[in-house]
Design a binder for this molecule. Structure first.
Ligand SMILES: [Mg+2]
Length: 381
């Protein structure tokens, strides 16, 4: 079997309501932008993936990946992995391409990818990952609704100029629902969107003060309290805490850097993303390295349902993944239904708040071809 083509479609889905992500203060995000990637073969079978990006990723795949993939055997994934690693020297991350090949291999084998990888779990506990800043009383209502929907964990954003205003949200939620829901907090300090003014920048002292309050409130983890290369600060912070986990890694790239985060003792929970951080099978190595250090592994996922499914298989394949990120923040435009517009059916949680790994071959993508065609704005093939 040989690869005959790599097709990148830039798809721009609208959101049906305003969406103000906390990490991009003041900005309304009107759309979900992605690149649908298809690796085609001479046997008529294809594998799919998606970049959490726009035209820049399509161009990078076309220039730095496609010329080296065409003519290759798509099942020799380990041999090809240096292609997407080296592509990042010159362009945006295109690690998502590896997902196409595992999807293809799973389809050939007639098995879900998570099971090809040993199938540790059939489902992973979801945490409802919110994005907007809301008033305490609004978040209490949201969280009560999430509980009714079946969620057992929720992640809140800390981005107020004064973090005491963020803490009031956690206090209100805790007072309203007690221990019925696990709470995570994300400060998004590891990186900001360029040029937008971003949000309040924390230093070590503020991170420690917030972390101690969160520990008192029984929060599970504090995510990205410091910049992504502040290895010393992260390790020092982690040393001062007893129960609260420090989580991060979504903005670090490559096996070497992810290993550094483990070796330097920066995080309790490693959170690389199979679309952004490394090839998806190398991330299984990161999970194993984390496991040897007694750490957990909980992949980041955000931009689209294809990425969520890929990260779900990754999460279910390893023994040390406690939670799966499940982006969903109604009544904003960023909901599970919006996130999964490219799929025939949005992913749902079961009655216990877990996401099940689909039994379908590969990653189990069932694309909504009609919706994708309607919102495709550019095709590179
Ligand atoms: Mg995050």
């Amino acid at each position: 079997m040989r690869i005959t083509s790599v097709i990148s479609r830039v798809v721009d889905f609208p959101l049906s309501a305003p969406f103000h992500p906390a990490w991009a203060r003041g900005r309304n995000q009107p759309n979900l932008l992605m690149v649908l990637v298809e690796v085609q073969t001479d046997e008529g079978i294809s594998g799919f993936s998606a970049a959490h990006a726009g035209l820049e990723a399509a161009v990078a795949i076309d220039r730095f990946v496609k010329p080296y993939l065409v003519g290759q055997d798509p099942t020799r994934i380990e041999r090809l992995a240096s292609i997407w690693r080296d592509a990042e020297i010159l362009g945006p991350p295109v690690y998502c391409v590896e997902i196409c090949l595992w999807d293809l291999l799973g389809r050939l084998a007639g098995m879900p990818v998570a099971r090809l990888w040993g199938g540790f779990a059939d489902r992973v506990k979801a945490y409802c990952s919110t994005a907007e800043l809301r008033r305490p009383e609004e978040r209490v209502e949201d969280v009560q609704r999430f509980l009714d929907e079946g969620f057992r964990a929720v992640k809140l954003r800390f981005h107020h100029p004064d973090p005491r205003d963020d803490l009031k949200v956690v206090e209100a939620v805790r007072a309203a629902v007690g221990d019925r829901i696990a709470i995570m907090v994300d400060a998004n300090q590891a990186g900001v969107e360029p040029g937008l003014g971003g949000h309040e920048v924390w230093g070590f002292r503020r991170a420690l003060e917030v972390a101690r309050e969160l520990e008192r409130l029984g929060v599970v983890w504090l995510e990205e309290p410091l910049p992504r290369y502040d290895y010393d600060g992260l390790a020092r912070l982690r040393d001062r805490l007893e129960r609260l986990w420090i989580a991060g890694g979504e903005d670090n790239h490559g096996l070497h850097e992810l290993r550094l985060l483990i070796d330097r003792g920066c995080y309790d929970v490693l959170q690389p993303d199979a679309l952004l951080s490394e090839g998806i099978s190398a991330l299984r190595t990161v999970a194993a390295l984390a496991d040897t250090a007694g750490l957990r592994f909980a992949p980041h996922t955000w931009g689209n349902g294809i990425g969520l499914l890929a990260n779900l298989h990754l999460a279910a394949s390893v023994p040390n993944c406690p939670y799966l990120e499940f982006p969903h923040d109604p009544p904003s435009g960023w909901t599970a239904a919006a996130r999964d517009q490219m799929l025939a059916e949005p992913l749902r949680i079961d009655a216990e708040g877990y996401v099940r790994v689909p039994e379908r071959p590969g990653f189990g993508f069932v694309l909504d071809e009609e919706a994708i065609a309607r919102h495709t704005v550019a095709t590179l093939s």
